[in-house]
Write a protein that binds this ligand. Structure first.
Ligand code: PMP
Length: 359
């Protein structure tokens, strides 16, 4: 009997149960080695095999070809806010940013310390939509154009990716491997693991080879993509256990039919929840319909004074982590790959019951 709750956390977030079961089975003794994966040397053949399989499965899932390095780094997505401008732009250069929410703000703030940032487009009048690419004003000399494909707090998501002259760089932390993407459209993609990939402590970076190796002399080696690529993400001790779990998640995704199958399920889950919100006068979504995120669904109650009661009732039903981000308030349901359709049904059922109770 499972006692697990329905977890709508924005991250660290729900992981697939088969992955947790597998990790549990292998926890004390990894496949007859007599030790746990977290006790192994990262140089051991068993771990090198784990690492290589994780990369191969990820490449297969997203169709990443040999023009790109796949790196497994530490420092979270926030480290990439700095590494991207350090490696791709630098002092005296210009980088374009499309500003669609709080995570974009953080990326911009960090990049400004390193390079000249130009805002090519912004929805800062509330962050409830994605500015249409026809309104963007790219810089002719931009070294890259940075977007946040899914804003985890605001719940706005790119459903199509623009064509840009400068290499497109995407923070995909909260919608990575949730749908197919055409990697060739991007110069660089990065994603913190703790939503769709695994536990916290790892950031996956997919970077076009020709964009690496351009850092100025004096750049610390640990901040240089070329150095990490040359050392196959083992320039220093990598987060081995998180990498292993990410590998289990990628293998699970392949078994489930890959990102195309995930995208269909994710669309169904989010559509149900948005339909329930739109059908009610009690709940509402602040986000423009076309740009609503399939991963993070923020919603508000007609009377914010009921928020506490709503959350307490949700907790009673083991529907956890529905509180919106402190900067925006209200509620937020995160519906990553590992959140089941059953969990979404249970949430909708509870929302309808709670609404009736207030009538
Ligand atoms: N970008 C996005 C879109 C995020 O959602 C987050 C974390 N929630 C980050 C960046 C920062 O990630 P980290 O805490 O791993 O640095």
């Amino acid at each position: 009997m499972t006692t697990r709750a329905y977890n709508f956390s924005p991250g660290p977030a729900a992981l697939p149960e088969p992955v947790l079961e597998r990790a549990k089975a292998e926890f004390m003794d990894y496949r007859g080695q007599g030790l746990s994966v977290m006790e192994m040397s990262h140089r051991s053949s068993a771990f090198i095999d784990i690492a290589a399989r994780a990369e191969a499965d990820l490449r297969a899932l997203l169709g990443v070809d040999d023009d790109y390095h796949v790196l497994f780094l530490q420092g979270g997505a926030s480290m990439q806010f700095a590494m991207v401008p350090i490696n791709l732009a630098g002092q005296g250069a210009t980088a374009d940013y499309v500003h669609t929410g709080s995570w974009g703000s953080k990326a911009i703030e960090e990049a400004r310390r390193v390079t000249h940032v130009r805002i090519a487009a912004s929805s800062a009048d509330g962050f409830t939509h994605i500015p249409h690419p026809s309104t963007w004003r790219p810089s002719p000399d931009a070294r890259y154009c940075h977007i946040t494909s899914n804003e985890t707090i605001g719940g706005v998501q790119f459903h199509e990716f623009p064509r840009t002259d400068a290499p497109l760089v995407a923070d995909m932390s909260s919608d990575f491997v949730s749908r197919p993407i055409d990697v060739a459209r991007f110069g660089l993609i990065y994603a913190g693991a703790q939503k769709n990939v695994g536990p916290a402590g790892l950031c996956v970076v997919i970077v076009r080879r020709d964009l690496c190796g351009r850092t100025p002399p004096g750049t610390p080696r640990i901040l240089d993509y070329a150095v990490h690529a040359e050392h196959e993400s083992m320039f220093n001790t990598p987060p081995t256990y998180t990498w292993y779990l990410a590998g289990l998640v990628f293998a699970w995704l392949r078994q489930m039919g890959g990102v195309t199958a995930m995208a269909a399920t994710n669309r169904r889950k989010a559509s149900k929840l948005y339909a329930a919100i739109d059908a009610s006068n009690f709940y509402s979504s602040p986000v423009a319909r076309h740009d609503r995120s399939l991963m993070n669904v923020p919603f508000t109650l007609a009377d914010p004074a009921l928020d506490t009661a709503f959350l307490a009732g949700a907790d009673d039903r083991r529907l956890l982590n529905l509180k919106g981000h402190r900067s925006v308030g209200g509620m937020r349901a995160s519906l990553y790959n590992a959140v089941s359709e059953q969990a979404v049904d249970a949430l909708i059922d509870y929302m309808q019951v709670f609404e009736k109770e207030q009538a």
